[in-house]
Write a protein that binds this ligand. Structure first.
Ligand code: HEC
Ligand code: HEC
Length: 286
């Protein structure tokens, strides 16, 4: 008995130390990050009174219709039985707890760039949501896209996992903006054109083209956005109104409502500074 005591103490100390290193995420920060990541839109039904994050939003793509699943802490219908490690694996590697691949309609190609600390905060926030027993529904995909194992091939071609790495040659502000756009904001999921396999054309980053629903999407590089000064661009990202009194179409309107209008002034400025720093690319030929 007595001889086991030092070992027990050691294990207790070790536990305390590692508990510290993997400190609990901060749910309040996580809520802000969830807004910056636009999680609500894809994971909530588009109707009045829908339970937030309980899933059911249809996402039309050329490959069929995906439905955002229930990500509330309900143990059956949601992800209540998940561990933080399961969540980080899903976001960083696009893998289910059982090892199957997620479809890239879940924008993990962007979310993989989210930092470990931010992922922990997001997880802490998701744990605070009201559990909903609304069952997730099956995706409605065209042959052969419903074959989940084909995603492995897609991932080998187009998916590079790993957190965002800042570029020391660029200012802190531009790096922050790049992180918001590339990782959390996943702006490229709509604004970067894709090839016929649904892979983003990397050399055409944010150059616009066709969105996931087949509608045309504007170029976000300075080749187009130079038409607006910072005040006009900031107003658009906060209110959806353009200088000539137009209103953003609904897809972007929702991004503005849920995401860009909720960024802090510093984050909005960083996001715009980054867009301004991009190489100007001509619009994608139609
Ligand atoms: C563009 C739409 C979209 C956005 C934005 C989005 N998701 Fe999802 N998410 C999906 C889809 C679609 C799936 C299901 C993928 C599949 O079945 O292969 C999914 C799956 C998930 C899963 C796995 C759920 C399960 O039951 O296996 C988690 C966790 C998740 N998303 C968290 C998030 C978080 C956190 C955010 C915000 C940072 C977010 N999602 C933003 C579309 C989205
Ligand atoms: C779900 C798809 C989607 C996502 C994600 C998205 N956008 Fe958009 N965005 C659009 C569409 C569609 C339009 C065109 C709206 C219109 O025609 O009124 C647009 C328009 C814009 C415009 C106006 C450009 C112009 O010249 O008219 C800006 C600026 C913009 N988006 C910035 C962003 C930023 C920054 C992000 C990331 C935080 C983002 N968008 C994420 C779909 C998206």
């Amino acid at each position: 008995m007595r001889s086991a005591l030092p070992a027990v103490l050691f294990i207790l100390l070790l536990g305390a130390a590692s508990g510290n290193a993997g400190a609990q995420g901060d749910a309040k920060r996580g809520q802000y990050l969830a807004q910056a990541g636009g999680c609500l839109a894809c994971h909530t039904e588009d109707k009045k009174g829908a339970a937030p994050f309980a899933g059911g939003r249809p996402l039309k793509t050329p490959f069929g219709t995906f439905y955002g699943p229930n990500i509330t802490p309900d143990p059956q219908a949601g992800i209540g039985r998940w561990t933080e490690a399961d969540f980080i694996r899903a976001m960083r590697h696009g893998e289910r707890p059982d090892g199957a691949d997620y479809f890239p309609a879940f924008p993990y190609s962007s979310f993989t760039r989210i930092s470990d600390g931010d992922l922990r905060d997001l997880w802490a926030y998701l744990r605070t949501l009201a559990p909903s027993s609304r069952a997730s529904q099956a995706h409605d995909l065209k042959f052969p896209y419903g074959w989940r194992f084909l995603v492995a091939i897609w991932k080998t071609l187009f998916f590079t996992p790993g957190p965002f790495v800042s570029d020391p040659r660029l200012s802190q502000q531009i790096n922050r903006g790049a992180y918001l756009v590339q990782a959390l904001g996943h702006c490229g999921e709509c604004h970067t054109p894709r090839n016929f396999l649904g892979g983003p054309k990397r050399d055409r980053f944010l150059a616009g083209g066709k969105g996931p629903d087949g509608k045309s999407i504007p170029n976000l590089t300075p080749a187009r956005l130079k038409k607006w000064d910072d005040r006009e661009l900031g107003d658009f990202l906060q209110t959806g109104l353009t200088p000539d009194g137009d209103v953003a179409a609904e897809t972007m309107g929702e991004v503005i409502r849920n995401t860009t209008s909720r960024l802090t002034a510093a984050d909005l400025a960083a996001l715009m500074a980054y867009l301004r720093s991009l190489p100007p690319l001509a619009a994608e030929p139609r």
